[in-house]
Write a new protein. Structure first.
Lengths: 335, 334
């Protein structure tokens, strides 16, 4: 297993390099001017100077290699310094955002907590709801519970989050006034009162996203359970005199979780991607919102870095999913 | 076999229907039989004759819906299995009645070790500790002839061959010293040499442990080799039942006679064509009011269309459900 992991990690290096090159080329070949937001009164030669100041004067491959160096060498060194108080990265140029004029990673670190609390929480809640719902729906297939579960899943899966989000705002913020419609990032949780405020402002975005996640995963869980409930080994377990609880939660569940865990693991990178739309609707200034504004501003370094981080996460969680598969299913051995 | 001994399993008038979209299918129609202690009862019949469904019904292992065990009485150890609580039934399943199923490739749970799966009933029924159960599991694997048992406990089913997996299934079935072992075509999925090994193993274990066995098969050769008594099923009914020698020497029912003819001989000239019974077994959408073998029966007569024959006793512990009497070639007068 360790050998396999190391091999996969080594293979992922060229994969990631290729991805970074593609992202870089796409962004740089795409039309768009980082200075488009600057006043038109700026003379062309000054404009040209400003472009060069942003590093746009250098040839394409130099800019790419510079970005690679900054991403893989300078930023990790800086992170190391920040953690351990050393001074390795002093004087080295970090990746700078064009719109914020500050290091890209500093902005990302500022935005990360909002995304992780809101989107991450919604994913965890979604999974925690989905798994039991999937189990019960499969065990009591075509029962009332299953029918209602199927109906809600269908809604959760097919109605877009910008609709459910806005609907919730209209009903619960505007009409009833129970929850705030705007997420307040400055809120610091220091006591019970602020904790409640935090819970209230998280409630709606988390609900919208959790519904969507739960709808998807509960369907997977249900069909996986149904597949396994019909297997011969289930009959064997019953013939051994095992109770329904053991049959269901030991024998069937363990087998059913194999594909579902893979799906759950592959979904984790989307948390970091932030729910772009939901963050917009509820004004959560997380990573999704950061990406959107960066695209509007033609902030190439920011877009490039964020996109590449998502790519890294996707590659990593693919590996995690494969490893989990091997851990859960003894028939799969990587050696 | 001591004759007249109290049967360990006594099935009376068992009826099972499957509810399907096309209506109710009567899979088991008033089946009655008993099983004496230590006896090996062979149950034969072609696919769809209700052999397996009968055995699954009596221990309520059929998924319901669609199956519905509608009527009957199954006495085991003074308990009626059809009317006892789930809890009582679970104590009997795997504890006092063991099961072996047809396909050893799918009957074991792929994600648990063989040891875990053998130890499960031991801990459940005998309340053994993990350590005790492990010791017993090694004994069981030894008993069913799996070499290096101690090490193999940690292996997963996919690391065993088909024959070895069936041995594991047998070990699980025998774990709690059951009084009755129900084997549902346990050798059908195995190749002939492995089949012979498993048959020998079961014969051997039966001698050692003295349990009664119900052996479901469609292979008359297997039945001739191991059974004490044979029950022939057709259309969800018992059509003939006799001690094994009596049945092979003196088959009464046209179906049994036809079945025996279909077995190709190994000695002598190879026949041009294999013998077959023309037609298909019936799918019964209602309780049969007539003989369900009538359409395929060479001896069918007028009466077969109007009444379903009861089981006639013909002596020597032999009974048959047919109006035709091979001794006279005419109608049976009862």
């Amino acid at each position: 297993m360790l050998n396999y992991t190391i091999r996969r990690l080594i293979i992922s290096i060229p994969v990631l390099l290729l991805i970074s090159l593609i992202i870089f080329l796409l962004l740089n070949l795409a039309p768009g001017d980082p200075l488009a937001n600057q006043p038109l009164t700026i003379p062309p030669e000054v404009r040209q100077k400003m472009k060069e100041a942003l590093g746009l004067g250098a040839p394409l491959y130099v800019r790419y290699l510079l970005w690679l160096k900054q991403f893989f060498w300078v930023e990790p060194l800086h992170a190391f310094d920040w953690c351990f108080g050393t001074h390795f990265s002093v004087g080295m140029q970090r990746i700078l955002s064009w719109q914020f004029r500050s290091p890209v990673f500093d902005v990302i670190v500022q935005r990360m907590p909002q995304t992780l609390t809101v989107v991450g929480m919604s994913y965890v809640i979604g999974v925690l709801i989905a798994v039991p719902i999937g189990i019960v729906s499969a065990y009591r297939q075509y029962s009332w519970f299953d029918q209602i579960g199927t109906f809600i899943s269908m809604i959760g899966y097919s109605v877009p989050t910008f609709f459910t989000g806005v609907l919730l705002i209209v009903v619960f913020s505007v009409d009833l006034g129970w929850f705030p419609s705007i997420y307040n990032t400055n809120l610091k949780v220091v006591d019970w009162q602020t904790f409640l405020l935090q819970v209230r402002q998280m409630a709606m975005p988390v609900f919208v996203l959790a519904l969507y996640n739960a709808a998807q995963i509960s369907r997977f869980m249900r069909s996986s359970m149904l597949d396994n409930l019909q297997q011969d080994y289930v009959r064997t377990a019953r013939a051994k005199g095992m109770g329904e609880r053991t049959v269901l939660l030991t024998h069937v569940l363990r087998n059913s979780l194999i594909p579902v865990v893979t799906v759950i693991a592959l979904g984790v990178p989307t948390i970091f991607g932030g729910a772009i739309i939901t963050e917009q609707v509820f004004k959560v200034n997380g990573l999704g919102q950061l990406l959107i504004t960066a695209i509007y501003a033609s902030d190439v370094p920011m877009v490039q870095t964020l996109t590449f981080i998502f790519a890294v996460l996707i590659v990593v969680f693919n590996l995690v999913a494969d490893i989990l598969y091997g851990v859960l299913d003894p028939r799969i051995r990587y050696d | 076999m001591p004759d007249g001994a109290q049967p360990v399993l006594d099935v009376r008038d068992l009826k099972t229907v499957f509810r399907t979209r096309g209506g109710e299918v009567h899979a088991v129609n008033s089946v009655s039989f008993d099983l004496k202690p230590g006896e090996l009862l062979g149950v034969v019949g072609e696919s769809g004759s209700g052999k397996s469904v009968t055995m699954m019904s009596l221990i309520r292992l059929l998924p319901s819906p669609p199956a519905d065990v509608r009527q009957g009485q199954v006495m085991f150890d003074g308990t009626d299995l059809l009317h006892c609580s789930e809890q009582v039934l679970r104590d009997i399943r795997g504890g006092k009645i063991g099961f072996i199923f047809q396909d050893p490739m799918t009957s074991l749970n792929p994600v648990f070790t063989v040891g875990f799966q053998i130890m499960e009933p031991l801990r459940r029924h005998l309340g053994m500790s993990k350590e005790k159960a492990r010791v017993r599991a090694v004994e069981l694997l030894d008993l069913v002839g799996i070499p290096d048992a101690k090490r193999r406990l940690k292996d997963y089913p996919h690391q065993f061959s088909g024959g070895m997996r069936q041995r594991v299934m047998i070990a699980i079935a025998l774990a709690c010293d059951p009084k009755v072992l129900i084997a549902d075509e346990p050798t059908t999925a195995l190749d002939v040499t492995i089949q012979a090994q498993i048959l020998e193993l079961v014969k051997d274990l039966r001698q050692k442990l003295g349990m009664a066995i119900v052996w479901i098969t469609h292979d008359l050769g297997v039945v001739a080799g191991i059974a004490d008594r044979v029950m022939v099923m057709y259309g969800g009914q018992v059509v003939e039942q006799a001690p094994v020698k009596e049945l092979f020497r003196n088959p009464q029912h046209p179906y049994t006679r036809a079945l025996l003819k279909t077995v190709p001989g190994v000695i002598g000239e190879r026949p041009e064509k294999l013998n077959v019974i023309e037609g298909q077994p019936p799918i019964l959408y209602a309780q049969p009011e007539d003989c369900s073998f009538r359409d395929r029966c060479p001896q069918a007569m007028a009466r077969c269309a109007t009444a379903n024959p009861r089981r006639y006793d013909v002596g020597n512990g032999h009974d048959v459900a047919c109006f035709w009497d091979p001794a006279t070639g005419g109608e049976r007068n009862a």
